[in-house]
Design a protein. Structure first.
Length: 522
């Protein structure tokens, strides 16, 4: 039989070449970009420019129907394109407009296009899939009493959507979420249109980020929410998302954000994004998370679980500080996590100091006493030990929080307050919307100090033990558990933070939880 239709002929040839390619390629396997702590996270060979996620939500027990569209650019010739994805079923995929082969291997989704894609060319990927909100309890979708929120740090975005799930590859995001009548959807960025009506009272909510974002910082909130608008410093739009029933009760907390932003801007410069707000979810997470422009908090923090007001505020400032340190400037590798948490802890502690509740010097002295224990348990701040299998949140140990804020304190002691302030401001200005790592920080600090700080910072960053604190020769490490501060929360939260048992080996978990420095994973 002679084929007379060019389209039919092309389709047959494409199918034949797909078979041929599949026959000669080695079996698909999970790939990564070589992150020391998450070897199979991220994928080599391309740079994602944007994600366009369409999600249809029904309820917390039904997988969402989803289409993820990725615009990328190849960095090398690719016979296969690996994405990170698990916890959903893939119906079909396309590469540059043609059907592609689909394999799930480990936590990778491997697409095999009909033809290899040359280096330096655009890559248009379409994946039709589901996204299961019932997944494991360690990240991705977070079920709340009235819907869903998202908590992807460090490696859980790919439990929600196919992606290059590493903060080294930031991209722009568009979210299009269809949700039933009576629910409100809010995502990172700004609404790009009014919600469009769909059958049965459902609506499609569309948001776009105006700045690039790491996959770990994506946020989509679906629930019976109130969205509270107000204006912050220099006209910055503020947008809080809270359970509608809790709006009045939470108002005194929401009203504090504008002041927090002013306080941060006085220290490090302009807030880096298009808007900001808190997302307070009726969920027991045991952590708060700095999702970009919309930080996630569990309701219990504000609901009388024994946390004093100054502590709650300092945690709000911690997540806000991450918008500069961690979100606008993201870590190049997960070993650079101390740059996120050390800085957020620094401003958290500085804010509490300003309230006169817990002085920075006391907090740093107490951290110093425990720093050697923290290093023994978690590794040095800039080369932390990998988390135990199945305990990925275990990466978030005291050594990258107060143990890393201690590095900043040492730096300030060494170079003086003025040079330190320049370091902080230059860091967030020069790496805005980018990624940066530990060596970049050492270089920038050296430049601002006018001398090479490599030898000074090396043992602080990578040493098994804590170096002497400049200006405090009397400080020493101690293995004795520290007493509970008088100003500490009166009662332990019901949800014990996962990090607490690791916070201080040999210390009773209750004491660790009562310690503001180790009370919550933030
Ligand atoms: Zn944090």
């Amino acid at each position: 039989m002679q084929l007379s239709s060019p389209r039919l002929r092309a389709a047959l040839l494409a199918a034949a070449s797909l078979t041929l390619v599949a026959a000669v390629l080695p079996p698909p396997k999970p790939l990564g970009i070589g992150d020391r702590l998450f070897p199979e996270l991220g994928n080599p060979g391309y740079d994602v420019l944007s994600y366009d996620l369409s999600l249809t939500y029904k309820d917390n027990l039904t997988p969402l129907d989803a289409v993820t569209v990725i615009e990328a650019r190849t960095l090398e010739p690719l016979e296969r394109i690996n994405l990170d994805f698990t916890n959903g079923t893939v119906a079909s995929a396309e590469v540059n407009g043609e059907p592609a082969g689909v394999d799930s291997v480990g936590e990778d989704l491997v697409l095999t296009p009909a033809h290899a894609v040359p280096a330096g060319t655009p890559l248009h990927l379409v994946v039709r899939h589901t996204s299961d909100p019932r997944g494991r309890a360690d990240g991705g979708w977070v079920p709340t009493e009235d819907g869903l929120a998202m908590a992807n740090q460090a490696d859980a975005a790919h439990r929600v959507f196919p992606c290059n799930d590493h903060p080294a590859d930031k991209a722009y995001f568009t979210f299009r979420v269809t949700a039933p009548a009576g629910t409100t959807v809010v995502a990172n960025g700004v609404p790009s249109s009014l919600p469009a009506a769909r059958a049965g009272g459902a609506a499609v909510w569309t948001y776009k980020t105006l700045h690039p974002m790491a996959t770990e910082l994506a946020q989509v909130s679906v629930g019976r929410s109130a969205v509270v608008h107000r204006t912050g410093p220099h006209g910055l739009p503020l947008r809080d998302v809270v359970p509608a029933a809790d709006r009045e009760r939470l108002e005194p907390w929401l009203a504090k954000t504008a002041g927090h932003i002013e306080w941060m801007e006085e220290r490090v410069g302009r807030y880096p994004f298009e808007n900001y707000g808190v997302l307070i979810a009726r969920a027991k997470t045991g952590f708060e998370l700095e999702t970009q422009t919309l930080s996630l908090f569990e309701n219990g923090l504000f609901a009388g679980e024994g946390y004093p007001e100054w502590y709650v505020e300092s945690v709000m400032v911690h997540e806000l500080a991450h918008q500069w340190f961690g979100d606008s400037v993201t870590p190049r590798t997960w070993s650079d996590l101390w740059l996120n948490e050390g800085h957020a802890t620094w401003y958290e502690a500085l804010y509490a100091d300003g309230l006169g509740k817990y002085s920075l010097e006391r907090r740093m002295r107490e951290a110093y006493q425990r720093s050697d224990q923290w290093r023994a348990a978690g590794g040095p701040p800039a080369a932390p030990k990998a988390a135990a299998p199945g305990e990925k949140i275990g990466l978030f140990r005291p050594v990258v929080y107060d143990g890393a804020a201690l590095i900043l304190y040492a730096l300030r002691q060494e170079i003086g307050g003025e040079a330190f302030d320049r370091v902080e401001r230059s860091w967030v200005a020069e790496h805005k919307d980018g990624t940066a790592g530990t060596e970049d920080f050492v270089r920038l600090a050296s430049r601002e100090a006018g001398r090479d700080l490599g030898a000074f910072l090396e043992p602080w960053l990578y040493g098994q033990t804590t170096p002497p604190m400049p200006g405090h020769p009397e400080w020493s490490g101690s293995t004795a558990p520290k007493p509970t501060p008088k100003t500490a929360p009166k009662t332990a939260p019901k949800t014990a933070p996962k990090a607490a048992p690791q916070a201080a080996p040999g210390t009773a978990p209750k004491a660790a939880v009562a310690d503001p420095a180790a009370g919550k994973t933030v």
